[in-house]
Design a protein around this ligand. Structure first.
Ligand SMILES: NC(=O)c1ccc[n+]([C@@H]2O[C@H](COP(=O)([O-])OP(=O)(O)OC[C@H]3O[C@@H](n4cnc5c(N)ncnc54)[C@H](OP(=O)(O)O)[C@@H]3O)[C@@H](O)[C@H]2O)c1
Length: 337
C-alpha cells in the first residue's frame, strides 16, 4: 500500500521529512478493522511526533484522525462489517492513517454520520473525543443540560479542540466564554456558539470583569498550560474545576489552587487505547454519539479546509500550516490520486 512516512525531525519544508513509500498491508489483531482511508485530518500531534523523531531512527506513519470504509474485520469484531463507513482517532502507539489502509480497534471506532462526506467526518474524531472527555468525563459536566447556566472558559477556542468544545458546551447549556485573538477566529467562535469572546493577546481578567463575571465555574485550557496557569488560578471560582490537554514544560505550582479547593485534571485522548483500559469501548460509544449529533444538526464538522489528494507534498504543506499555530477549525486531506 501507499503510505507517507515521517523520517526524522527535519523541517516540513524538507522533502525528506515526509516521503511516500510502499508498505505491506497491516496485520489485523482480533478486534481490528481494516479500513480503507478516504480522508485524514491534521492535528498538532502529527507535527509534534514528526519533530520528535531522531535522524536515522524509526520512520513513522503519522495521522490519527480519519474516515474511511471497513474492508475486512478481525475474528473478534462485533460492531462493524465490511462496507461500513467509520471514523476513528486510532492509537498513538500504532501506525497512523497517512496510508491507504489502517488497522484500528473497533472499540475506539465509530460509525460515520449518515450523509456526511468523508472529509467532514475525518475532522470529527480526535478533537470530538478530546472535547467530550475533557468536558463531560474529566470536568464532570452534564452533556444533557444538568449543569445549564454554569460558566465555562475555553482557552484557545478557535482551534480544532476548542471548536468542538464550544459546540458541545453550548449544547449542554453552559455559558461559554471562548478566547480567540483575530477577527476571523473571533467570528468563528461566535458562529460555533460562544456567548462571549475574549482576546488571549490581551489580559484576560479585565475582559472577564467587563462581562460582569469575576470568576468562572470551569476552565478548559486547550492551548498552553504553563502560560495560563497563574491566570487560571485567578479566574477559577472556589471549588471550580480545570482541565488541561497540553503537557507543561516547567513545574506547575499546584498550591495556587489549594485555597480555592480547585480540582485540576488532565485529558489525554489516547489514554484509553494506549493502556487498553477496560472502558476503551467508551470511545466508540462517544463517536457514535457525535455522529448522531451531526445527523440531528446539533453538532457540525469543523473542517474549514479540504485539500486533495492525500500526498507527501500536500502533507508537507499541511504540517507547515499547522505549525503556524493559527489554524481555524480543522484542515483535512482527502482522496488518493
Ligand atoms: N491531550 C489531548 O488529548 C490533546 C488532543 C488534541 C490536541 N491536543 C493539544 O492541544 C493543543 C491544541 O490542539 P488543537 O488541535 O486545538 O490546535 P490548533 O487547531 O492548531 O489550535 C490553533 C488555535 O490556537 C489558538 N491559539 C494560538 N495561540 C494561542 C494562545 N496563546 N492562547 C490561546 N489560543 C491560542 C489560535 O487562535 P488565534 O488564531 O485566534 O490566536 C488557533 O485558532 C495542541 O498543543 C495539541 O497538541 C491535546
Amino acid at each position: 500500500m501507499r503510505a507517507i512516512v515521517a523520517r526524522s525531525g527535519l523541517p516540513c519544508s524538507d522533502p525528506a521529512a515526509l516521503e511516500e513509500v510502499e508498505l505491506p498491508l497491516p496485520d489485523l489483531r482480533p478486534h481490528d478493522l481494516l479500513v480503507r482511508v478516504e480522508a485524514v485530518a491534521l492535528n498538532p500531534v502529527d507535527t509534534k511526533v514528526r519533530a520528535g523523531l531522531t535522524s536515522g531512527g524509526e520512520a513513522r506513519v503519522l495521522g490519527w484522525d480519519l474516515a474511511g470504509v471497513v474492508e475486512a474485520v478481525g475474528p473478534a469484531v462485533t460492531r462493524f462489517q465490511p462496507g461500513d463507513r467509520v471514523m476513528a482517532a486510532g492509537d498513538i502507539s500504532r501506525p497512523g492513517a497517512n496510508a491507504q489502509w489502517l488497522a484500528v480497534d473497533e472499540r475506539i471506532s465509530g460509525r460515520m454520520p449518515q450523509g456526511c462526506p468523508f472529509a467532514e467526518a475525518a475532522a470529527l474524531p480526535l478533537t470530538g473525543l478530546t472535547a467530550w472527555e475533557a468536558l463531560f468525563e474529566r470536568l464532570g459536566l452534564d452533556p444533557e443540560g444538568g449543569d445549564a447556566g454554569r460558566s465555562l472558559l475555553i482557552l484557545g477556542g478557535a482551534g480544532g479542540v476548542g471548536s468542538m468544545a464550544i459546540q458541545l458546551a453550548r449544547r449542554a447549556g453552559l455559558v461559554v466564554i471562548a478566547t480567540a485573538s483575530r477577527p476571523e477566529s473571533q467570528a468563528w467562535v461566535r458562529e460555533l456558539g460562544a456567548h462571549h469572546v475574549l482576546d488571549h493577546q490581551q489580559p484576560l481578567p479585565p475582559q472577564l470583569a467587563a462581562l460582569g463575571m469575576a470568576q468562572v465555574d470551569a476552565i478548559a485550557n486547550v492551548s498552553d498550560t504553563d502560560a495560563y496557569w497563574p491566570v487560571m488560578a485567578e479566574l477559577i471560582a472556589p471549588q471550580g474545576s480545570i482541565v488541561a490537554i497540553v503537557g507543561n514544560r516547567e513545574p506547575l505550582d499546584l498550591n495556587l489552587l489549594k485555597s480555592k479547593s480547585v480540582r485540576f485534571c488532565w485529558e489525554f485522548m489516547f489514554t484509553r487505547p494506549l493502556y487498553g483500559t477496560a472502558d476503551m469501548g467508551q470511545q466508540g460509544a462517544i463517536l457514535d454519539r457525535l455522529a448522531a449529533l451531526v445527523e440531528t444538526g446539533e453538532l457540525r464538522s469543523t473542517a474549514t479546509a479540504v485539500w486533495t489528494p492525500i500526498s507527501a507534498e500536500s502533507l508537507r504543506r499541511a504540517h507547515a500550516q499547522l505549525e503556524s499555530g493559527h489554524t481555524i477549525g480543522k484542515l483535512v486531506l482527502s482522496g488518493w490520486d
